[in-house]
Design a protein around this ligand. Structure first.
Ligand SMILES: NC(=O)c1ccc[n+]([C@@H]2O[C@H](COP(=O)([O-])OP(=O)(O)OC[C@H]3O[C@@H](n4cnc5c(N)ncnc54)[C@H](O)[C@@H]3O)[C@@H](O)[C@H]2O)c1
Length: 443
């Protein structure tokens, strides 16, 4: 067997080289594009993520923003401030879908609009970048998958970690056997601030004049105008799916990308509203456990309330070591496999202890008289300033141009979001729930 450390080092070098090429696409793509090669983009849902996403999308060479739809006039006004007063803006995204100069749409509406906006866009012949979680409720999954299947369009789901060089490194290390057989994955996301708990600002001019409340509500249950629901929609199941759809889904996308697994078969979860008793129905603590048919368990937790630092990360526990992802760094800690079984003799009579130890040492001579060798630790960090969202858009626009498969298709998106929503289902049913990750159905 090749020396594992050397092997991993060479694997790391390859990944880093790949990362470096992917990190500077602006240089790599400096060749001139013809005007026909320009991808004309429209944004549907110009809120916090929609504006942030668009800024990354526009850094990809050959992409131009031509139109924006949103239900709050203030965001349409800001879109013009950001991207030019000649931008076409509307409250009704159908006006965008009618335009022949729009090639692709970026959908960053609240989750309860994802299915409708995606299906309408595909039917209108537009390629789609659809923010995570792909679904709001289970029936959304097959509908989006079928709409893509029955079209010539491309749809990529927006879990940017799937394009991250850090996650690519972790995937490569796991496949190279860096931690042996994977037994367990632990992932956490602790957000200990008011903003982390989704208390986003409500603008002072929010009213039924400036906000298209009926359009925002869409298929959600009809309610009287409520600015908190409009601007802080994640707090209510009518529009989002709580911690599961907002945050667990990222942890599933990461786990599935790194392990190649399609999803869990069994899930159990618990949680509650422990701190933010502000009228929301989404839990602020959620703990969930999942069984994977590949022979590992996943444990996830999110809390908004522990008073500590904001913290997000993964720990992959293997038979021969640990792999941790934290921020831009993957760290592998390999523990040498014990070459002797050990002994527990101290409760025996002294003569028995002595006899046992003599016999033991005959069979297992001391291997390291100088003491146990230190654990082998190696870390890989993405270059400073690395942003996976840019890479995710870069990959999307590559597929739009080449018509080759996207890095995160609707099936991947449904498997991640469908697995995440099992947590809510388990809490709701107060029981273990079963899922078939191949057919993507609740069993
Ligand atoms: N990939 C990530 O890391 C990431 C991060 C944050 C948010 N998101 C996702 O992005 C989406 C948007 O989140 P956000 O934080 O930007 O929310 P937001 O409330 O800031 O923005 C949503 C915008 O959509 C608009 N909108 C609602 N219904 C609409 C409709 N029918 N047509 C057009 N516009 C409509 C609203 O007016 C609002 O401005 C969510 O699905 C969220 O899960 C992804």
């Amino acid at each position: 067997m090749p020396n594992r450390r050397i092997f991993l080092k060479s694997a790391a070098t390859t990944a880093l080289a790949a990362a470096t090429t992917r990190l500077h696409p602006l240089l790599a793509e400096s060749k001139k594009r013809s005007p026909n090669d320009m991808i004309q983009l429209a944004l549907i849902g110009a809120g916090i993520q929609g504006q942030g996403d668009t800024n990354f999308a526009l850094q990809v060479p050959g992409v131009k923003l031509v139109a924006v739809a949103d239900c709050y006039d203030g965001r349409l006004a800001h879109a013009k401030e950001l991207w030019g007063s000649d931008l076409f803006t509307t409250r009704d995204y159908n006006e965008i879908l009618k335009r022949s100069d729009v090639d692709a749409v970026l959908i960053a509406t609240p989750d309860h609009w994802h299915r409708q906006a995606a299906v309408d866009s595909i039917k209108a012949g537009k390629d789609v970048y659809l923010e995570k979680p792909m679904i709001h409720i289970y029936p959304d999954g097959p509908e989006i998958i079928n709409a893509v299947k029955n079209s010539k369009q491309i749809l990529q789901v927006g879990s940017q970690r799937v394009s991250s060089v850090v996650y690519a490194k972790a995937k490569e290390l796991l496949a190279a056997g860096a931690i042996g057989k994977l037994n367990m994955v632990t992932a956490r996301w602790d957000r200990n601030s008011s903003i982390g708990a989704w208390n986003y600002s409500v603008p002072l001019d929010a009213s039924t004049e400036t906000c298209d409340w009926p359009r925002f509500e869409g298929s959600a249950p009809k309610m009287a105008w409520n600015p908190e629901r409009f601007f802080q929609w994640r707090k209510w199941a009518d529009y989002g799916s709580g911690v599961a759809g907002d945050l667990f889904v990222h942890l599933f996308s990461g786990t599935h990308f790194i392990t190649g697994a399609h999803g869990p078969t069994r899930a159990m979860a618990t949680g509650g509203i422990r701190y933010w008793n502000d009228g929301r129905d989404a839990k602020d603590v959620l703990l969930a456990l999942f069984d994977y048919p590949e022979g590992f368990n996943l444990s996830l937790h999110v809390n908004f309330v522990d008073g500590g630092e904001e913290s997000e990360g993964f720990l992959f526990t293997g038979s021969e070591g640990l792999m941790e992802i934290s921020g831009r760094t993957v760290t592998v800690t390999r523990t040498p496999i014990a070459s002797e079984p050990g002994y527990t003799v101290s409760t025996f009579a002294e003569a028995q202890q002595k006899a046992y130890l003599e016999k033991y040492r005959e069979k297992y001579p001391v291997k390291h008289p100088e003491g146990t060798p230190p654990r082998d630790v190696e870390a890989y960090t993405a270059p400073p300033g690395y942003v996976d969202s840019y890479d995710h858009f870069h990959n999307f626009f590559n597929s739009v141009r080449s018509r080759k498969p996207v890095v995160e298709d609707a099936t991947f998106g449904f498997r991640a979001a469908g697995a995440a929503l099992l947590s809510n289902l388990s809490v709701e049913k107060d029981s273990i729930v079963h899922w078939n990750p191949e057919t993507m159905t609740i069993v």
